[in-house]
Ligand binder design. Structure first.
Ligand SMILES: N[C@@H](CCC(=O)N[C@@H](CS)C(=O)NCC(=O)O)C(=O)O
Length: 219
């Protein structure tokens, strides 16, 4: 098998979900190599694939590419039919801006609403820090703005499914876990993500994983 994807726990690893969803939606065959995060053997096992010691890592016939954005770009260059960027020049620029914003930011959301797919822990907005609340609003305003601008082109942020949807899909799943209320114009995105067969598969496989990460489960 040419392509292998090294991922962490499906339940907890949002960057793994992005790369996996991207390959699934691109309809590319790949072998999945799952390494459970934060175990005794984690560093030893991940170092076999990447000196950066993080998942996801894509291995193409022994050639390793790590970090989600680099993985998307590598796959797109090799398989132009893969999930890509919006066709329109300016929509593409916005999609890249939003994807970079996700890749580099939203630290409070990451810290206070860590991915925990199989859990359902509704929280009140006031229980999050001011920074997390502001970031939750920002994310909803991204979805709302996309809906207003591109909603007539299809059910995704830019109409057709693109890398921007891959970048924001795990956030929709976090909002479901923590019961974050999403306003009517932004909700289309959460609903589209939830309805995706690949996401349903990831959710089922997350539920079946035996490992637990206590500091996330105890939140
Ligand atoms: N910038 C990286 C982030 C990757 C990342 O943070 N991966 C986490 C799991 S979701 C990880 O490997 N954590 C283990 C560690 O840092 O030791 C990307 O876009 O792929």
């Amino acid at each position: 098998m040419a392509l292998q994807l090294v991922i962490g726990n499906k339940n907890y690893s949002s960057w793994s979900l992005r790369a996996w969803l991207f390959l699934q939606q691109s309809q590319l065959a790949f072998e999945e190599i799952r390494i459970s995060l934060f175990t005794q053997h984690w560093h030893q096992e991940i170092e076999r694939y990447s000196p950066a010691r993080q998942v996801p890592v894509l291995v193409d016939n022994g050639f390793a590419v790590w970090d989600s954005i680099a993985i998307f770009e590598y796959v797109l260059e090799k398989y132009p039919q893969a999930v890509g960027w919006p066709a329109d020049f300016q929509a593409r620029a916005i999609a890249r801006s939003l994807s970079a914003e996700m890749h580099a930011g939203f630290m409070a959301v990451r810290a206070e609403l860590p991915q925990n797919i199989r859990a359902h822990r509704p929280r009140r907005m006031e229980s999050f820090s001011a920074a997390a609340q502001q970031q939750i609003q920002r994310i909803q305003s991204v979805w709302r703005t996309c809906y207003r601008q591109y909603g007539d082109r299809g059910p995704w942020l830019f109409g057709q499914f693109s890398i921007a949807d891959v970048m924001y899909a795990p956030v929709a799943m976090r909002f479901l876990t923590y019961g974050v209320e999403v306003d009517a114009e932004a909700r289309f995105f959460v609903e589209a993500v939830q309805a995706l067969p690949a996401i349903k598969q990831w959710v089922a496989e997350s539920a079946a994983e035996p490992e637990t990460i206590n500091f996330v489960d105890e939140l």
